[in-house]
Design a protein around this ligand. Structure first.
Ligand SMILES: NC(=O)c1ccc[n+]([C@@H]2O[C@H](COP(=O)([O-])OP(=O)(O)OC[C@H]3O[C@@H](n4cnc5c(N)ncnc54)[C@H](O)[C@@H]3O)[C@@H](O)[C@H]2O)c1
Length: 373
């Protein structure tokens, strides 16, 4: 990367001041003494003024271009609806800003490839907000796989079951605004986890379904029906020969679990298995041949990135690891290195997700194209 480190604090603007910015990104910036939240952009004036009061930020605007044109701003976090990610990210990159962008990076792999190439060519730090990579149990599982402690990885298995109301999802329930439903909202995170743990997928067979019409909002107003999936699934063969099975749904009644739902991500290796669960992210289930799975504590050094000021003993464990995304983004900017996961990781996951849509539409297995840097 080799860029000159900016003067501290790194000055960050949030573009899209909705739910995820309030829940993940702003608390994370507050924790990081190397970073300052200096600007907020949102298309919704009313929300913008509420956030200004809540977050105490001087620069506010409804225009992402104004953020991009501001020389005082070093970096942006894009947390707007999916169809806006590409134009906003390109404008920020072309203005020389470092960019963290929410997943999915775009509406399809062609959009994401353009974003990745622009960030690479502009030599800005680029990061995809694949949150679950930062869960302590996932960080430790990666070590166990890489060290060979589980033997040869044979199977990856992921379940993400949410018990959500069947009312409108707003912009999320329309293909032209979101790209896809559960597949791009939830399963794409688990595609990324699998690629990170086991390397590239060679081919997949995917299936999607939609059950809930979602023609009523949470406050009882009528709206156009959803045209995206609320159930997604994948069978996959990795280039290594390992197999993968993914299932995601927002319609799993009885899986509410304080809103966190059920998440299970598992590796079965030739000598052992390891399981990550979102609601207990500081423990891992492990077992070897002939044993039953048993919970072990994630070792201290995997509870958070080194040097992060976050106290892993504080807060709701299934929430607080999400703050480590901003820590990684700022660390990469300060060190002049690439961030992980990058836009290239976002592109690889998007290529698989696109293949799922093709596979479902054509009712066949699809080879996954290999992306090149
Ligand atoms: N990484 C994760 O775990 C995670 C979790 C939740 C959401 N997300 C992603 O974050 C993004 C936002 O999701 P959310 O739940 O916060 O949505 P949201 O609807 O709560 O917030 C989006 C905000 O963007 C604003 N907006 C819309 N168009 C804009 C524009 N052109 N310029 C500026 N502001 C604009 C809206 O007014 C709204 O306030 C989505 O891409 C979603 O997939 C990721």
């Amino acid at each position: 990367m080799g860029r000159q480190a900016p003067r501290l604090p790194v000055k960050i603007a949030i573009i899209g001041a909705g739910a995820v910015s309030d829940y993940h990104h702003v608390p994370a910036i507050r924790l990081d003494r190397r970073a300052a939240l200096v600007g907020v952009c949102d298309a919704n004036q009313e929300l913008l003024h509420k956030r200004t009061a809540d977050w105490g930020v001087a620069k506010i605007t409804t225009d992402p271009e104004a953020i991009c044109a501001d020389p005082e701003i070093d970096a942006v976090i894009i947390a707007t609806p999916n169809y806006t990610h590409r134009p906003i990210a390109l404008a920020a990159i072309w203005s020389g800003k470092h960019v963290m962008c929410e997943k999915p990076l775009g509406l399809n792999a062609a959009e994401v490839r353009e974003m990745y190439q622009a960030a690479r060519d502009a030599n800005v730090v680029n990061m995809t907000a694949f949150t679950y990579r930062f869960a302590p149990a996932m960080r430790y599982m990666k070590r166990l796989v890489a060290s060979g402690a589980l033997g040869e990885p044979r199977h990856f298995r992921s379940q993400r079951f949410l018990d959500w109301p069947e009312t409108s999802w707003g912009w999320r329930q329309y293909r032209r605004l979101a790209g896809a439903g559960d597949l791009f909202d939830m399963t794409i995170h688990r595609i990324d986890l699998a690629l990170d743990l086991l390397g590239p997928l060679a081919r997949i067979c995917g299936a999607l379904a939609r059950f809930a019409p979602r023609t009523v909002t949470a406050v009882g107003e009528s709206c156009d029906p959803s045209d995206v999936d609320d159930w997604s699934s994948i069978l996959g063969e990795f280039a290594s020969g390992a197999t993968g099975v993914w299932e995601g749904t927002t319609l799993a009644k009885g899986y509410h679990r304080l809103g966190f739902g059920h998440e299970w991500a598992e590796i079965n290796g030739s000598i052992g298995s390891a399981v990550y669960q979102l609601h207990t992210p500081n423990t891992l289930l492990v077992g070897k041949t002939g044993q039953d799975l048993a919970a072990i504590d994630v070792p201290r050094e995997f509870l958070k990135p080194a040097d992060s000021p976050r106290d892993p003993g504080q807060g709701e464990p299934a929430t607080v690891f999400r703050y480590d995304l901003v820590w990684e983004f700022v660390s990469a900017i300060v060190a002049g290195r690439a961030a992980v996961p990058s836009f290239f990781d976002g592109l690889k996951a998007q290529t698989v997700a696109d293949a799922v849509i093709v596979s479902h539409a054509e009712r066949r297995w699809v080879d996954v194209p290999r992306e090149r840097r």
